[in-house]
Ligand binder design. Sequence first.
Ligand SMILES: C[S@@+](CC[C@H](N)C(=O)[O-])C[C@H]1O[C@@H](n2cnc3c(N)ncnc32)[C@H](O)[C@@H]1O
Length: 279
Amino acid sequence: MTPATPESAGPLPLNRVYRRDCLRAMSLLPDASFDLAIADPPYNLSKGNNWKWDNSADLPGFGGNWNKVMASWDRQPLSVYLDFTIGWIRQLKRVVRPTGSLWIHGTYHNIGIINFALQLLEVEIINEVVWFKRNSFPNLSGRRLTASHETILWAHTGGRKRQYFFDYERARALSAPEDQLKQGGKQLRTVWDIPNNKSREELRDGKHPTQKPLRLLRRMIDISARPGTRCLVPFAGSGSECVACAGAGIAFLGFETDPGYFQVCRKRLAAAGHPFEDG
Ligand SMILES: C[S@@+](CC[C@H](N)C(=O)[O-])C[C@H]1O[C@@H](n2cnc3c(N)ncnc32)[C@H](O)[C@@H]1O
């Protein structure tokens, strides 16, 4: 396997997104060639072929009034989804150094499966973070609580030695005017009060239905990356995680299968100073 260099990971130059299936592409990456991964996998909650917003769909086992997309990348039988999840987590475990860590987004639709897969692969969960979205869309049916959080698992690949990097002092010093649960000088808790609003700039080059706000991603990077960190983004979507890495001055590598979202990534990364040709 081609060794990692400062500018590439195996055959793939860094600081770009590739229009590739992440499972295949990650198999090309050398062992222990990244320090961080931020994964926002498909939530597996679509129910049709034609893409559209749907806040009212009824899925067996889950409530309505959730932002669903109708896309094939987000609709797999449970056993297939479990195999897929185990597949990409196994690759992250191999590729991310024991001193590094993984951040994985999810909702109640898929986070149990991800948690199970992490335990199965002996990837230790450091914390479960609740991302409180105080500006979430109200529940229109009045038949259930307003869904106003997502779950984020922070995990590491270092086994019992727990060598993962955590910038404790930076986390403690953090304060954000919009986060009513965090004051500078106090320990960072596991509930993050970060509105889901995006700036005009974040939406200028196109949108993604599950697009993450940059300020949420910046917090992950702030507390778990250091100079020289290389971050892997298996499910790039509109490129938010990669743009956040570029803004923080850390190297990244992303994969995205959907041609439309891939184009959004290209535009956003070009605006962030990382133009690239299709890989
Ligand atoms: C939850 S979205 C990520 C959104 C992203 N966090 C953002 O802010 O835009 C998941 C993305 O993974 C992509 N995807 C699904 N399966 C994939 C695969 N096997 N390899 C690479 N990308 C994949 C989908 O096209 C979708 O855009």
